[in-house]
Write a new protein. Structure first.
Length: 390
């Protein structure tokens, strides 16, 4: 993993005690003379360990569950950011877990024993957390889809109000006295003319077809692209006039004076706008709540990975200290190098805490070999980066 995150979970065996492990690491990376990071130890419950074979299988499953939960939390966060029109400050203020900001939540991480009871097996806990995050994902997808449908419908109505004169609604532009009403033979058409062709319109409209009333065209509106004209002609010439107008790049708008239709359009716009605002408010609230739940699931799965990998790496009985490490700005590479050097003696020490440690030189060789074969995330201790979202 690239060094994109200042946060990581680290687990190291007691040396000889857990507190000694913390103190020695602080001297190396979080002291007055070596100020590269902050260290926040935390404890994990006494989980039901199970068999070695079960732990190996669970290790692979947890890696997949972890990625799935992370992607769901990130997606909810991105949806929230979109809802807030990319207002980063407001977005960050809404990224909370258990009413805490992400930094405070990670610094003070504690296993939620009320929700994830330790009388269950590790696999049951992993499945329970994954089920929870998948339910959150399904709910958010459903709510987001419903909101997008309403938003798209509203935008469609709004485009009719804000587009150019060739496409937008004319109900708030054309007045009753612009039209001929209650005539048995005559009618008024509304024509959108490109501004570059206004002179062509004036010169041609009377002769596009027969039975056009001379000097009947009036300009009633214009925007940056079009001017809107009326023209009066006999009703039986309408179809031919429309055809000739298209040939000359004039757009005859489909418009009929209808007071009820105008009122219905305004009502629809108001109702759709109210529905969109209501769903936006509900969805933002759901994003905030469910982001916190999904992110907590993600971090708990990460903590399970720490436990399982620590047992596999350091052996039984459990004697390791989990920690949250927060890297100081621009110190990621130095921190990683210091961690590798500080824990070099643990390289190759897997599955049994009593196994003799390899020498520092051997550990250095093993690390370089891992680098050469492409494992740039190699570390002599259990270490996982945590997505900080922001």
């Amino acid at each position: 993993m690239a060094f994109h995150s200042p946060y990581l979970f680290l687990s190291a065996p007691g040396d000889p005690t857990k507190q000694d492990t913390v103190n020695k690491l602080k001297d190396k990376i979080a002291s007055k003379h070596n100020d590269y990071a902050e260290i926040f130890p935390f404890s994990l419950p006494e989980f039901k360990v199970g068999t070695l074979d079960q732990l190996v299988v669970l290790s692979d499953d947890l890696a997949k569950h972890d990625l799935a939960a992370e992607s769901i939390a990130v997606k909810i966060a991105e949806n929230m950011k979109t809802l807030l029109n990319n207002d980063v400050d407001q977005w960050k203020n809404n990224l909370v877990v258990n009413e805490k900001g992400l930094d405070a939540y990670l610094r003070g991480f504690q296993w939620n024993g009320m929700k994830y009871r330790t009388d269950k097996s590790l696999k049951e806990l992993a499945d329970l957390i994954l089920q929870e995050v998948n339910q959150i994902d399904a709910l958010m997808k459903s709510k987001m889809t419903a909101y997008q449908a309403v938003k798209s419908a509203l935008q469609g109505i709004q485009r009719k109000q804000t587009g150019n004169l060739a496409v937008r609604s004319l109900n708030d532009i054309v007045k009753k006295d612009h039209l001929i009403h209650d005539s048995e033979f005559l009618t008024t058409l509304i024509v959108a003319v490109p501004k570059a062709l206004i002179n062509d319109w004036i010169a041609k409209y009377e002769t596009l077809t027969q039975m056009v009333v001379p000097r009947s065209s009036q300009k009633i509106a214009e925007d940056e692209e079009y001017a809107l004209f009326t023209v009066t002609l006999f009703q039986r010439m309408v179809e031919e006039f429309q055809h000739k107008a298209r040939e000359n790049k004039f757009t005859v708008r489909d418009f009929k004076w209808d007071v009820q239709a105008m009122a219905a359009e305004k009502k629809q716009l108001a109702e759709m706008g109210a529905t969109e605002r209501e769903q936006w408010t509900t969805l933002l609230r759901l994003c905030k709540a469910n982001f916190g739940e999904a992110y907590a699931c993600h971090v708990h799965l990460k903590a399970l990975r720490v436990f399982v990998e620590s047992i596999l790496r350091y052996g039984l009985p459990p004697n390791f200290q989990p920690m949250v490490i927060k890297t100081k700005p621009k110190q990621e590479r130095k921190l990683r190098d210091l961690l590798n050097r500080h824990f070099a003696k643990l390289a190759g020490n897997t599955g049994n805490s009593s196994t003799a440690a390899t020498t520092g030189e051997d550990a250095h060789i093993e690390e370089n070999l891992a680098m050469l074969i492409g494992d740039k995330d190699y570390a002599p201790v259990v270490l996982f980066y945590i997505n900080p979202i922001v």
